[in-house]
Design a protein around this ligand. Structure first.
Ligand code: GLY
Length: 357
């Protein structure tokens, strides 16, 4: 088992990574004594795939457990779902001695974390991410929240989990698109933070795509380690944490302009290539380095070109209204070499248009 620590003083927590860990969650929770009873929150798909394993593992450890579900998909990530689940918790008599378990991908983690933060003014929660994207990114760092019609993730808060349990074996159950979604975020870590990790990804492409256990676990652990270091330095995204948004400002505009028919990871892949073009045009990054990043993304089977049918004017509007824009001016994370980026809002509109391709 790999164990990492997110060092946030009295809110510090562990990330455990192990193939088959889903079946050992009960034992681990018994050791940690976080709560008297656990309520697993999962979407209907994940509940069917993995809910039974986790329930059984807790029951074997003599820990009381319930399972609540909601319909899968981003459309559930709203205040209505939070209200419905809060009422379910109240009816089950859940109190501050109990804890929630987010079992699923990013949507489940965001909803459950937010619910845990506000139910009875805060109860503990555990993350058990079951997609690669959630395992390497969204389950660590305490971002929680829901969407409103005016924008994604506009209502939420920072609320750290008590523990993150990652079972790499679950990835083989997921559709290939889910794996690709996560791989875009994996490449992100190499470009923003760690050239050696980027080279590792290049050298191990086949083993990663084949989900070879030792390699995929090493990849997850490496990403979580980078994320933990960044979050420890800047939990509330005042400065350094913004580097995790590399490719995301443009990527979100792509997602929105496609009416969310382009999945997050695919859009981020296109966004990373587009900002690299910006960096090259601003003479911050050499063309051969931008090409290396593009080659790695293509090698994993990720898309790199923004589809020509997406409305460029609409994408520019989305950029301005992005919640991370300041005074309508978007900022960009631009690589200056592989493993190192700068944060800037000094990018002309004309250059942005060129980067859209
Ligand atoms: N996914 C970016 C962050 O957690 O800051």
């Amino acid at each position: 088992m790999k164990q990492l620590q997110v060092g946030l003083d009295d809110r510090a927590y562990s990330i455990l990574i192990k193939e088959g860990l889903l079946l050992e969650v009960g034992q681990e929770l018994k050791l940690r004594q976080i709560a008297k009873r656990y309520i697993i929150i999962a979407d209907d798909n994940v509940a069917e795939l993995f809910g039974g394993h986790v329930v059984e593992s807790l029951r074997k450890a003599d820990i009381p457990v319930d399972l609540l579900t909601f319909p899968h998909g981003e459309a559930s990530k709203n205040l209505a779902t939070v209200e419905k689940l809060s009422r379910d918790l109240a009816r089950l008599g859940v109190d501050r001695q109990d804890a929630l378990i987010a079992l699923g991908g990013g949507v489940t983690g965001d909803i459950t974390g937010f619910l845990a933060a506000i139910y009875m003014r805060g109860i503990p929660f555990i993350q058990i991410p079951t997609t690669l994207l959630a395992q390497v990114d969204s389950s660590v760092g305490g971002k929680t929240g829901v969407d409103i019609p005016e924008g994604k993730n506009l209502v939420g808060c920072f609320y750290q989990p008590q523990c993150v349990f990652i079972d790499s074996a679950v990835l083989s159950e997921l559709p290939r698109e889910e794996l690709l979604n996560g791989l875009a975020e994996v490449v992100k870590y190499g470009v923003i933070y760690d050239a050696d990790f980027f080279n590792f990804l290049v050298a191990n492409k086949k083993s990663i795509l084949d989900l070879e256990p030792a390699v995929i676990e090493a990849v997850i652990a490496h990403c979580c380690n980078i994320k933990a270091r960044v979050v420890e330095a800047d939990e509330r995204e005042a400065d350094l944490r913004r580097i995790l948004n590399y490719g995301h400002t443009l990527g979100h505009a792509v997602e929105a302009a496609s009416n969310f028919t382009i999945a997050h990871g695919m859009a981020i892949s296109m966004g990373m290539v587009a900002v690299n073009t910006l960096a090259v045009k601003k003479s911050l990054l050499t063309e051969d380095k931008a090409q290396r990043v593009k080659d790695v993304l293509l090698g994993f089977g990720l898309p790199v070109d923004i589809p020509p049918e997406l409305d460029r004017r609409q994408m520019k509007e989305f950029l301005k209204s992005d919640k991370k824009s300041v005074g309508g001016k978007p900022f960009f994370i631009l690589p200056i070499q592989i493993g190192k980026v700068v944060i800037t809002d000094d990018v002309d509109d004309a250059l942005i248009e060129e980067a859209f391709g």
